[in-house]
Write a protein that binds this ligand. Structure first.
Ligand SMILES: *Cc1c(COP(=O)(O)O)cnc(C)c1O
Length: 474
């Protein structure tokens, strides 16, 4: 504790004012000659005393508030937060001998970002290990371990770690030989990286509509969009919900199309008891800071095919021959992940069950609290065959106007709720690739994501602010 926060009850008001002025917390704790807490005076108390003609030379003990709230230095955050309020937001913390040794201040401006990484496992230990080993670039044992462990977690033979999820998608398209003149079918409702990766590989995206219940790509719309030039489908497991992989795989097999799963938002989700990422020819994950499992920036391609693995490894590493150094067989990329990123990923993956469970608790909590609000529909967690995971808790409101007003109410209270992605087909740069989009337009305009974390401590804070959150939906 560096700031002076106490003064003796025999000090003068003017001296107490000096302490408040210096400590900047708006309050001074007044102690007796045994250094025990005697009372509290805020800057407001002093101002009121002066207005009542009490002079600056009066002893501060005379105006001290003796009916005060305090905490103990060993109290938990929960206890202290429970003792404080918007009005009384700063309280003294006492030792067992009732001496003032610190203070607690309730954070004034609540702020819940929509996502925050949770790095309380072995993340720091493994980064430090990678750092001290000096293997901070794109080789090192954390890379191998992360590729092995993550591909195993998803039930696939090979993992190819990448710099981010967008280049994982690009790498998958390149490795499958998809390029100019080829069409790739993608859903209208997704993050732009899905379509950008198709455009980066010079192929033509074909945007199709989503299902009303799952919000994922609609297999019927896929079938209608297939042309002689169609080469691949990229289903996106949106907001943690698995796409209809049984029907999508049937269509792909029937028409001899590749499937690249975009699993960026659904680590650990299951379709028919099988992990997402284990269906397609190649599946792509993102480990960006707001994703279920994060490495800061990062991504991975998974495959069972030796041929596709080799192609992706070659493309990822400048197209350079593994046998002959500086001999380039194809025009490659530098899409590698660093050992430091992989170190974080290994630590995250160790706790994936805990992370998924904690996120689900957020969803259950929001569902319980907000289900009764008018026109609120949560993402469907009971669709047959699908076991979704919680990425960002997602819900629909009755109309776009309701949605927009709820978001602005939440945001003005420091709660960073977000609208769904805009349908790709509504943006000028992608409009030309539209095939069908009726359902996506309606759903995207009514959708909200609520703050969702893996840290159980944040949930307790959200619970304390539940009335604020509820009021936005009433
Ligand atoms: C986040 C995301 C990506 C891109 O991942 P980055 O690691 O940010 O490049 C791709 N697709 C979807 C659906 C995503 O949500």
């Amino acid at each position: 504790m560096h700031k002076k926060i106490t003064c003796n009850k025999d000090n003068l008001i003017i001296e107490a004012m000096q302490v408040i002025n210096d400590n900047g917390i708006g309050v001074v704790f007044i102690i007796d000659n045994d250094e025990r807490l005697y009372g509290i005076a805020t800057d407001g108390d002093i101002r009121r005393a002066l207005l009542n003609n009490i002079g600056l030379e009066t002893k501060i003990g005379m105006i001290a508030n003796r009916d005060f709230i305090y905490g103990f230095i060993d109290d938990t955050y929960e206890t202290l937060a429970g003792k404080t309020s918007k009005r009384i937001n700063t309280i003294p913390l006492l030792s067992k001998e009732n001496k003032v040794i610190d203070y607690f201040r309730l954070p004034q401006d609540i702020y819940f970002p929509v996502a925050a990484p949770y790095l309380r496992g072995n993340e720091f230990k493994y980064i430090t290990d990678a750092f001290l080993s000096t293997w901070i670039s794109s080789s090192g044992h954390y890379i191998d371990r992360f590729e092995n462990d993550f591909s195993q977690f998803c039930g696939r033979k090979y993992g190819i770690a990448t710099s981010n999820g967008t280049c994982a998608l690009h790498l998958a398209l390149l490795a499958l030989g998809i390029g100019s003149g080829d069409e790739v079918i993608i859903p209208d409702l997704t993050f732009a990286a899905t379509i950008n990766s198709v455009l980066h590989s010079n192929a033509t995206p074909v945007i199709v509509d989503i299902e009303e219940d799952s919000w994922c790509i609609d297999p019927e719309c896929i079938e209608r969009a297939i042309s002689p030039r169609t080469k691949a489908i990229i289903p996106v497991h949106l907001y943690g919900q698995p796409a209809a992989m049984d029907r999508i795989m049937t269509i792909a097999n029937k028409h001899n199309l590749y499937v690249i799963e975009d699993c960026a938002e659904a680590h650990g989700a299951l379709f028919n008891n099988q992990p997402v990422g284990s269906f397609g020819d190649v599946s792509c994950f993102s480990f960006y800071g707001n994703k279920i499992l994060t490495t800061g920036e990062g991504g991975m391609c998974l495959t069972n095919s030796d041929k596709h693995r080799d192609a992706m490894q070659l493309l990822r590493d400048h197209g350079m021959s593994k046998q002959k150094r500086y001999w380039h067989e194809i025009i490659g990329y530098n899409y590698r992940m660093t050992n430091i990123q992989a170190a974080i990923g290994c630590a995250q993956l160790e706790r994936i069950d805990q992370i998924l469970h904690a996120r689900e608790e957020y969803e259950n909590y929001y569902v319980n609290e907000l289900n009764e609000c008018p026109n609120v529909t949560f993402q469907d967690s009971k669709l047959p065959l699908r076991k979704k995971v919680t990425w960002l808790v997602s819900m629909l409101l009755g109309s776009q106007a309701d949605r927009d007003s709820a978001i602005s109410k939440l945001q003005s209270n420091g709660i960073d709720a977000r609208p769904f992605f805009y349908p790709l087909s509504t943006m000028d740069i992608y409009r030309n690739y539209l095939h069908s989009n009726k359902t996506s337009i309606g759903i995207a305009s009514r959708g909200i994501n609520l703050p969702t974390y893996a840290d159980p401590a944040h949930l307790r804070e959200i619970k304390r602010n539940v009335d604020l959150i509820k009021s936005a939906f009433e």
